[in-house]
Design a protein around this ligand. Structure first.
Ligand SMILES: NC(=O)C1=CN([C@@H]2O[C@H](COP(=O)(O)OP(=O)(O)OC[C@H]3O[C@@H](n4cnc5c(N)ncnc54)[C@H](OP(=O)(O)O)[C@@H]3O)[C@@H](O)[C@H]2O)C=CC1
Ligand SMILES: O=C1CO[C@H](CO)[C@@H](O)[C@@H]1O
Length: 328
């Protein structure tokens, strides 16, 4: 990185929904933030008129890549491949929203491109920074559940408004987009996945679409994970739940219980990060770029999570379980 004042110039590509969660941290971590001119860019910049560092809209991706040390890619999933590859080849380190790419082959290509260019690539798996999920990992690692047997995850919310999410080819639907977080959690908690079976239904009522996914993972350890996801009407409140059962105990959490939950008894300060999960993940990535410890999400985690989600989509299409060759 060629940095002024010890802090990088950051390029933000994408100015839609999730850019709003990234920008506060970028303004804290960068010496200047460049936003590519796209839908939402003017409003995003206007909302931060008191920014502590210069915040500027630029007209072309080429200019943004030329002037940035680090690029944060928060664009629709099928665009990640071309934008991330261009940023790496331009010599930038890159943060990329989940999923790293729409297909496992594309995710692999990006990991290989990062290695070939010698640049860092950080997949933003923000759920790993949410306190209830971090506390679950800690509790499992301490052995509180015992030997893991069944892991259940549920995630529900309204159908995302931005049009590309409804296009199954573009987003991969609820499984690749929303359930991705829990597929990643299941692998993080219970280890490598050996086979994937999945169902998906799509319907509509009163003009509102409903998309439902259910994925069963068998882990190399013998544990089984069930992940369920719902995209429903605008009135469906976002909620998450898990229940992780081992031969000693069940660790549970439901966002509908108003926080807390069995695993959240861990209140160590890095579990309850005061900056919130989006800022916590970006701080961790930026610290790693300047010689700090490796972040908790590796590029291989990014590739593997896409591989599992893609296997689930294949299982939906064929109606049969899909075996995964062991992770490298
Ligand atoms: N971790 C999390 O909690 C979340 C993660 N996500 C992930 O973040 C990504 C973005 O989602 P979201 O913000 O909701 O999407 P939106 O549709 O809200 O915003 C997309 C933005 O990207 C721009 N864009 C689209 N195509 C390109 C392109 N080829 N080059 C440059 N800019 C482009 C759009 O502008 P224009 O309209 O002009 O094309 C728009 O500004 C997805 O991968 C999604 O899965 C999303 C929500 C939450
Ligand atoms: O966590 C999230 C909230 O929902 C969005 C729409 O499904 C996802 O893209 C995102 O990853």
């Amino acid at each position: 990185m060629t940095m002024s004042d010890g802090r990088p110039v950051i390029g933000l590509v994408g100015a839609g929904g999730i850019s709003r969660a990234h920008l506060p941290a970028l303004l804290e971590l960068g010496s200047r933030v460049l936003v590519l001119r796209r839908t939402g860019a003017e409003a995003l910049v206007a909302a931060h008129s008191e920014a502590p560092v210069p915040l500027e809209i630029v007209d072309s991706l080429a200019e943004l890549l030329d002037r940035s040390d680090v690029v944060d890619v928060v664009t629709p999933t099928p665009t990640h491949l071309d934008i991330v590859r261009a940023a790496l080849e331009a010599g930038c380190d890159v943060v990329c929203e989940k999923p790293l790419a729409r297909t496992a082959a594309d995710a692999r290509e990006l990991a290989d491109c990062a290695a070939a260019t010698g640049r860092r690539l950080f997949p933003a798996h923000v759920v790993r920074y949410f306190p209830e999920y971090l506390a679950l990992k800690r509790a499992v690692d301490r052995g509180e559940a015992g030997r893991l047997a069944v892991l259940r995850f549920l995630r529900s919310g309204s159908f995302p408004a931005s049009g590309w999410f409804a296009d199954l080819e573009a987003s991969g639907g609820v499984i690749m987009d929303q359930m991705f977080h829990d597929l990643d959690q299941a692998r993080l908690i219970a280890g490598p996945v050996r086979s994937v079976s999945a169902l998906r239904t799509r319907s509509s009522r009163d003009g509102h679409r409903l998309e439902v996914g259910h994925v069963i993972l068998t882990h190399a350890s013998g544990a089984i994970s069930q992940c369920s996801g719902v995209w429903g009407p605008p009135s469906l409140t976002f909620s998450t739940e898990y229940a992780v059962t081992g031969d000693a105990w069940t660790l549970r959490h439901s966002s509908l219980d108003g926080g807390g939950g069995a695993a959240l008894e861990d209140d160590s300060s890095d579990v309850l990060d005061p900056y919130g999960p989006y800022t916590a993940q970006l701080r961790e990535f930026f610290a790693a770029m300047t010689g700090g410890p490796a972040p908790r999400v590796s590029v291989e985690d990014g590739v593997e999570a896409v591989r599992i989600a893609e296997a689930a989509l294949e299982s939906v299409a064929t109606g049969a379980p899909v075996s995964l060759v062991p992770e490298a």
